[in-house]
Design a protein around this ligand. Structure first.
Ligand SMILES: *[C@@H]1O[C@H](CO)[C@@H](O)[C@H](O)[C@H]1NC(C)=O
Ligand SMILES: *[C@@H]1O[C@H](CO)[C@@H](O)[C@H](O)[C@H]1NC(C)=O
Length: 184
């Protein structure tokens, strides 16, 4: 009966609890991105990798995303944009003669792979923006394998490998973020 004898103690504890919850809620709303990025361990994505991929484009302020679905929309949009930019970079690199002739055919096949991925990723970005995650998750899952396919095709041309490698991180992070929205 100690609690009944001193009613001030439970009241104080309740106040502390509410204050702590208030702080936690404020943090959640100011950085939905960090909250989402902290929950991707099951996909082998660290919070650092997640934040560096999603915050790499200064024209899309990553911490402006107000909640988890907005973070997912950002991730899908960046994946589509990144694939588009990677395709363009590979294409101009090929035009600049950066692939040795024995590799040229491989790079062309790689460009075709990116072309298919870009179209699918644009659809996925629109889908996630509309709050639909399932089909987009499958597209992003498949997109993770585009760089691996291109790696073999592009061979050892350093500039090509760098571009291609950048997309592999983006695809991995975007897939993890969108997949984490789905409770199976
Ligand atoms: C794609 O995203 C990765 C990860 O943020 C980045 O390192 C790379 O430069 C981007 N590629 C392009 C072509 O924007
Ligand atoms: C071609 O490769 C060189 C050396 O890696 C690089 O500096 C240059 O930017 C590349 N050109 C294109 C268009 O990617």
């Amino acid at each position: 009966m100690a609690a009944a004898a001193s009613p001030k103690l439970p009241a104080l504890l309740l106040f502390v609890f509410i204050a702590a919850a208030g702080v936690a809620a404020a943090e959640t709303t100011t950085a939905a991105l960090d909250e989402v990025c902290r929950g991707l361990g099951g996909f082998y994505v660290t919070p650092e990798l997640c934040a560096s991929a999603l915050c790499s484009d200064p024209s899309s302020p990553c911490r402006a995303a107000r909640d988890a679905p907005a973070v997912a929309a950002l991730a899908a949009r960046l994946a589509a944009r990144n694939a588009t930019a990677t395709q363009a970079a590979l294409s101009s690199s090929l035009a600049a003669g950066n692939a040795t002739s024995s590799k040229e055919e491989g790079v062309r096949a790689c460009l075709e792979l990116y072309g298919v991925a870009v179209a699918a990723l644009r659809w996925a970005a629109a889908s996630v923006a509309a709050g639909r995650f399932r089909g987009a998750r499958e597209v992003l899952f498949a997109a993770q394998y585009v760089p691996a396919g291109c790696d073999g095709m592009a061979g050892d041309a350093a500039a090509l490998r760098r571009e291609n490698g950048g997309f592999s991180y983006m695809a991995m992070v975007a897939h993890a973020v969108v997949a984490s929205m789905i409770r199976d």
